[in-house]
Design a protein. Structure first.
Length: 369
């Protein structure tokens, strides 16, 4: 039986567990703490920044992949050089780990993206802001940000004085987009590549609130261009596993790449119920070098809504009774304001009805219904 190791014990690793069972893979998880969401499969609890610990864990598996992109390259490179198969590679993972590296790579391969620049010191900052279109603009910490953390819309340099003191800051133009989309696909070693249909993502306070699959009102030409863009990035970066390309769609129908993720992604959770092959199964297939599965949809439309803060046990039972068609995924996380603790998926054919039913289930499970 092939053994796949996952560094990170969060909800993404948790949702790989049933997919691994169905594929006949043994999943082993390197968790950061006892009681992690993926604790059911945790065989190691430790510090993913420690080369010795990661190396010892990696020696026990055939393939190594990730629940997040925060493992330092200086840890992964020697592990890979020792003969362990790492997917995605340390080089590919850097594109998600370091936003400046991502921007430089996308520029090198001529992928459309917002105007951007790097503020190294306060002396160069004014000129850099002018290059991206002036204020207001978007400032990002190059490393460590997620779900709106490490991102600020700024009206003056005073808004990021604390960041500039810490090191380089990425600044980008504030894009006048009409909606946000995600192009999710998977690539296997050797180049086999499979895309799902693009999805629309809707954010609230910088955090994804809901996903609609497929994104409404897409032409076949738009889908073809989305696939071309995704495959270009996947091939150029040598991605193995799931790749999520988050984009801004402009009024003229063109897109600009916002972020990349080299792992199962929040925008792809809807595929667990909507697609023949979930993103978690597809990721494991790609990592373990198994032929990729079909991305075809089993219903016309699917809606995913995130549950933030906490899940109320009585409320979840009420949601099961009131919205029996809803699939409620509980990550087993402790409650905390703004934290993603679960999600709801509803599939069918009537989008307004699905949105209403998903919201009803979320509200009940959240204890606010």
């Amino acid at each position: 039986m092939k053994k796949v190791g996952v560094i990170g014990g969060g909800q993404l690793a948790r949702m790989m567990i049933p997919a691994a069972i169905n594929l006949g893979l043994e999943l082993r998880v390197f968790a950061e703490a006892e009681g992690s969401p993926a604790g059911l499969a945790a065989t190691w609890v430790g510090d993913y920044r420690d080369l010795e610990q990661v190396g010892t864990f990696a020696d026990q598996v055939d393939f190594l992949t990730f629940d997040h992109e925060h493992v330092p390259t200086k840890v992964l490179t020697p592990v890979r050089d020792s003969g362990v198969v790492i997917a995605p590679s340390p080089e590919a993972l850097t594109l998600a780990h370091d936003k400046i590296v991502m921007r430089k790579t996308l520029a090198r391969i001529s992928v459309p993206q917002p105007r951007w620049g790097v503020i190294e010191t306060s002396v160069s900052s004014a000129a850099t802001v002018d290059e991206v279109g002036g204020f207001p603009c978007v400032a990002k910490k190059p490393v460590g940000g997620y779900d709106g953390k490490g991102v600020r819309v700024i009206d003056s340099l005073e808004d990021i004085e604390d960041w500039i003191a810490e090191g380089p800051v990425l600044v980008e133009e504030k894009v006048p987009f009409v909606r946000e989309l995600a192009f999710v696909s998977a690539r296997r070693q050797g180049g086999e590549w499979v895309p799902w249909l693009p999805v629309e993502t809707r954010q609230v306070n910088g955090v994804c609130s809901e996903v609609i699959a497929p994104a409404p009102e897409m032409s076949s030409d738009f889908i073809e261009k989305a696939n071309t863009l995704s495959r270009q990035i996947a091939d150029e970066a040598g991605i193995v596993g799931v790749l999520a390309v988050e984009v801004f769609e402009l009024a003229d129908g063109s897109v600009l790449v916002n972020e990349l993720a080299m792992r199962p992604h929040n925008s792809g959770h809807v595929f667990t119920e909507l697609s023949t092959t979930s993103q978690f199964e597809q990721h494991l297939r790609a990592v373990a070098d198994i032929p990729l599965g079909s991305p075809s949809f089993t219903s016309p439309v699917g809606v995913m809504v995130n549950i933030l803060g906490g899940i109320d046990s009585a409320g979840k039972e009420a949601a099961w009774r009131s919205v029996p068609e809803a699939k409620i995924h509980d990550y087993g996380k402790a409650a905390r304001a703004g934290r993603k603790v679960g999600h709801v998926v509803v599939i069918g054919s009537d989008l307004p009805h699905l949105l209403a039913r998903a919201e009803e289930a979320r509200s009940l499970a959240n204890g606010s219904g």
